[in-house]
Design a protein around this ligand. Sequence first.
Ligand SMILES: [Zn+2]
Length: 348
Amino acid sequence: MKISRRTLLEVGAIGALGLAYGGKKLSDTFMMGPPPTGGRIDTHHHFMPPEFVKTIGADRLAAVTPSKTLPEWSVEKALAMCDTYGISEATLSISPGYPALEAAIERPLMRVCNDIGATIRRDHPGKFGQFASIPMFDRAEALKEIEYAFDTLKADGIVVFTNYGGTYLGDPSFDEIWQELNRRKAVVFIHPTHPTYELKGQPPESVIEYPFETVRAATSLMFSGATRKFADIKFILSHAGGALPYLAARISGGAMFNPDVSKRVPDVMAEIRKFWFDLALSSNPAALSALLTVADHKRIVFGSDFPYAPDIGIRVNVAASDRYPMDDHVRADIGRGNALALLGRASA
Ligand SMILES: [Zn+2]
């Protein structure tokens, strides 16, 4: 049999991925365990309505992915993916893919996406949850959309991005929004987006910049005192907190030696443990062991990053967490139980 150069490259890439995900043999890389009883709950799951793709631009959305191709999305594809990976419920959210939107575009687009998400939920009862979007550039409109999302659409929470025009989430200009979400004891899913500075000769933003964006947003929320002031908000950090677990001690030291910050935040590690973390594309042993070292396992939830994560990425990631040595009850909590508690679902 003649083996093409492309096949060799693919096998090489999968082999490298397998090593990074702790597979001793290539077959280990794909070996998933059974999902927890009742199924996995996927809190990092995107939907891409045509209105969203058209407004942002397919090219812009494609540019952030490692393969620079726009993922294909439909409700049917989402349901098929859930079937394949034993996911009983997936929480819909839109993805970023743009550095900033003008308020005039952002406001109506968020409403359209929220209504489409609510329709998908209604058409497929029990299969989907929803993190609604709010126009963060316009604080007054954001407050109105929060009311609409929770009171009319009965959304499960809100999705926000790590920065808005270079302003990170701990900035006091967001306080009014956090105050309202705190009053509602809301779940707030923080998804990384582009940094606002120019990058030359670097991989697409999602590869390296996104994990650091998550660190910046989390640190901004902690150092500003927002995680203490708005302690009833349940913030979820994407991708195992990005680089946060690895940098936790360094960030904690940074706070300790800054009298201004240490006054507001006497214990950074305690603040880190207030966050929730999803495992989208981050179940490899290096990331998972770092996360389990700094986070409470009861605050770790499953995530797929569908449809941005290619199928092979989801499979390898699911297999890695299924294979990671942990007690059965911890695995069941991470796959399902913790998300049920977070989303306020009945545990049956
Ligand atoms: Zn994502």
